[in-house]
Write a protein that binds this ligand. Structure first.
Ligand SMILES: [Fe+2]
Ligand SMILES: [Fe+2]
Length: 215
């Protein structure tokens, strides 16, 4: 219940994006010297745009800081699921799988200037979130590969992140996906936390926070 209340508070924007991003930094820093050993991982996130990039072009958290913001919502929801289902996921695993399931998106989106006519027929510029770099190396796969450069993932973390897109994986992967679900049902908790974050808890309308062209 407390978590539900806290999510509701975020939705009402009592917690702004900047405040959430700072909390995300705190959660990541709590793993320094424990799950990753030096600050090169934090530098990688800072330089790559993890704390400033949007999470998508238009589907959810498509604003500056959206990737960290979306990941934080997933963290809160996944934490609640752990308290219900008692998988035995430690706080470190909850942080890693939620905050970095979409690490593959870092550096993918940016602001792009477009033009449209205003009510008087004059051209005016506006900004949308667009692809800056085309996706490569897969989705969950890329997140796992990037993370493994900086820390040794536990098996359950690897499986959760790899399969967090659930049934939107291409059909030829469904066999592997099903086998993985039997091995680690925790995967379902991350899949559903991700969807719930994007479609139930997503609080911010596109026009309330804009993204500058420089990101
Ligand atoms: Fe994803
Ligand atoms: Fe996600």
């Amino acid at each position: 219940m407390a978590d539900k209340m806290e999510l509701a508070e975020i939705i009402k924007e009592k917690k702004g994006v900047n405040e959430v991003v700072e909390e995300v930094r705190g959660l990541i820093n709590s793993l320094l010297g424990f799950r990753f050993m030096d600050k090169s991982f934090i530098d990688f996130l800072e330089k790559g745009g993890y704390f400033t990039d949007p999470a998508s072009t238009q589907y959810h958290s498509s604003f500056k800081g959206g990737l960290a913001y979306h990941s934080y919502l997933v963290y809160k929801i996944l934490k609640r699921k752990e308290s219900i289902y008692r998988f035995g996921l430690g706080e470190d695993s909850i942080i890693i799988t939620s905050l970095f399931h979409d690490l593959c998106k870092m550096g993918t989106y940016g602001g792009e200037r477009r033009w449209r006519k205003d009510s008087e027929g004059k051209w005016e510029p506006y900004c949308v979130v667009a692809y800056k770099n085309e996706p490569t190396l897969g989705h969950g796969e890329k997140s796992v590969i990037l993370l493994q450069q900086f820390m040794v993932l536990k098996e359950v973390e690897m499986y959760m992140i790899r399969w967090h897109m659930g049934w939107s994986e291409s059909r030829e992967n469904w066999g592997l996906f099903q086998n993985s679900l039997k091995k680690f049902p925790e995967i379902v908790a991350l899949i559903t936390a991700d969807i719930e974050a994007a479609f139930i808890y997503e609080p911010i309308k596109d026009n309330e926070i804009s993204l500058n062209e420089d990101g």
